[in-house]
Write a protein that binds this ligand. Structure first.
Ligand code: URP
Ligand code: ZN
Ligand code: ZN
Length: 509
């Protein structure tokens, strides 16, 4: 057979099966054959998997890169933003497309879906999309696509620009925020977005937290000088996420449109999603490694170190929340596990240190700490090591939630599986018996961030090779791919169930 790459002797895993002693034949970047002892002509490149696990490349659909409108703080430093483009890479506090996608491939992720964020409240989304194309073009190590963050759904945007976003730009999902002052939408505005999304087959991602509870709690905690980083969690108990989750599920049911609840952190919100799914509503759930592997005590570290783990929704106090999220992965409540890679440097005045700049409290004020954690590189290895190798989930479930379901949910038709016709995006792991477990340090990672929230965690394996469209881009600890190899992917509509044409009243769109 006419291959240009053959991966030999792998334990190949898909979302449904495991084949031992299996080869993968690749031609022109596409998988064309899967099976034992594939015949190849002399001179064809071969990689011996040595019996190790071989899994589809990770698809991470929640990655913030080069995003100028950072979430979580009211005091946005607009000097870092110039017309949506980043002027000064050296002084930028987050990851750009080059550093973020370099980090992605080093952790076995082959496709990222990042956010093009409407920056000024009344701004057309078309120049925003164009700007993000400029930021990403020739900069990416892995394949990429965009969601659009909508902070002001004007009639022009939802009626005229949404159809262009889908047809001209191949973008079939939007993200909405129910919290964060500069970004949050009222329920009325959410319905405006959902109405148009339903017509166009757009998937709506929702950051569900009750903004008024957060504002009220923050004000009242400040009066009591309860402003340490861990009080970020105090201001947002699980009910904050659960109420907003339940509310937005109701809006989606009214509008008969699919939504994805992003970065779910608590048992209570998980229960609402599960209950909606049991009623066969097209409600999807996403969680992230930080809610599986970290708890709120990480925000209690001294010397302001707790700020490193400030994200929204917050890390939870109660291990029961963590257990419920693991259970939700196993029972299918969570469709995907994404990183929510939303990094801010720790030792930078515009990074996490912003939380120390207001007033003279030695432990700062949590409301000024930019929200978010880095995690694009650690997501796949954490789920493999702490999920599969620790016996919590099966290898097939790992593939389903880190790759296959993400590709299906977001219309990435050629991604997320090992099978004929799919892009040859492949991760080859180390044979388990030859791998020396290690404890992670930030120096091992490839992002531009000065810390990892997973410092010190033990990893029992790590991707040995990452392959994108048949090219090795990461091998034995080194990024060998080229910046600019990553391609923009126009996406189709979701391949998962959508509207059901079931209505709550005689009203129809
Ligand atoms: O704290 C978080 N998650 N920051 C990133 C922005 C978002 O809400 O996804
Ligand atoms: Zn969010
Ligand atoms: Zn996010």
């Amino acid at each position: 057979m006419d291959f240009d790459l053959v991966v030999r002797n792998g334990t190949v895993v898909t979302a449904s099966d495991i084949w031992e002693g299996c080869d993968i034949g690749v031609k022109d970047g596409t998988i064309i054959a899967v099976g034992p002892r594939l015949p190849a002509k002399p001179g064809v490149e071969e990689i011996d998997a040595e019996g190790a696990f071989v899994t589809p490349g990770g698809v991470d659909c929640h990655v913030h890169l080069s995003q100028v409108y950072e979430a979580g703080v009211d005091n946005i430093d607009k000097s870092v933003a110039t017309d949506g483009l980043i002027p000064d890479r050296e002084n930028y506090v987050a990851d750009t497309y080059d550093t973020g996608t370099r980090s992605a491939v080093a952790g076995g992720t082959t496709t990222v879906v990042t956010f093009a964020s409407q920056f000024k409240k009344d701004e057309s989304i078309i120049p925003v999309i164009e700007d993000y194309h400029k930021l990403a073009k020739d900069q990416s190590y892995c394949d990429y696509a965009f969601h659009v963050i909508i902070t002001n759904p004007t009639e022009t945007i939802v009626e005229k620009e949404f159809p262009r976003m889908v047809d001209e730009y191949g973008i079939t999902s939007v993200k909405l925020y129910m919290t964060y002052k500069p970004m949050r939408l009222r329920d009325y505005q959410i319905l405006d977005v959902m109405y148009s999304a339903r017509k166009l087959g757009i998937t709506t991602m929702v950051h569900a937290e009750n903004t008024d509870i957060i504002d009220w709690m923050t004000e009242h905690l400040e009066k009591k000088l309860m402003t340490h980083p861990h009080h970020h969690g105090t201001s947002r108990p699980p009910i904050v996420e659960a109420e907003a989750t339940n509310r937005v599920i109701s809006l989606a049911e009214l509008m008969d449109t699919p939504i994805l609840l992003v970065h779910i952190s608590s048992a209570h919100a998980t229960k609402h999603i599960r209950e909606a799914q049991t009623r066969l509503l097209p409600i999807y759930g996403e969680t992230c490694p930080q809610y599986l592997f970290l708890l709120a005590d990480a925000m209690r570290k001294g010397d302001f170190e707790g700020a490193k783990c400030v994200c929204s929704p917050p890390l939870r106090e109660d291990k029961a929340d963590q257990d419920a999220i693991w259970a939700g992965i196993k029972n299918g409540t969570f469709t995907i596990v994404s990183s929510d890679h939303a990094p801010n440097k720790f030792n930078h005045p515009n990074g996490k240190q912003r939380g120390l700049q207001h007033g003279n409290l030695p432990y700062g004020k949590f409301r000024y700490i930019p929200n978010g954690l880095p995690g694009v590189e650690t997501r796949v290895p954490l789920l493999f090591s702490g999920g599969v190798l620790s016996g919590r989930i099966s290898p097939q479930k790992f593939v389903e939630v880190t790759s296959t379901n993400a590709a299906k949910l977001y219309g990435l038709k050629k991604k997320g599986a090992i099978g004929p016709g799919f892009d040859a995006d492949i991760v080859i792991w180390y044979p388990q018996e030859s791998f020396q477990p290690f404890n992670l340090t930030n120096e091992m990672l490839h992002h531009a961030i000065d810390y990892t929230p997973f410092e010190g965690l033990e990893f029992k394996n790590w991707p040995r090779y990452t392959i994108i469209r048949g090219k090795v881009v990461f091998s034995h600890g080194e990024v060998v791919g080229k910046m600019g190899y990553g391609q923009f992917i126009r996406r189709g509509k979701s391949l998962l169930p959508g509207p059901r044409d079931i209505w709550l009243s005689e009203w129809r769109p």
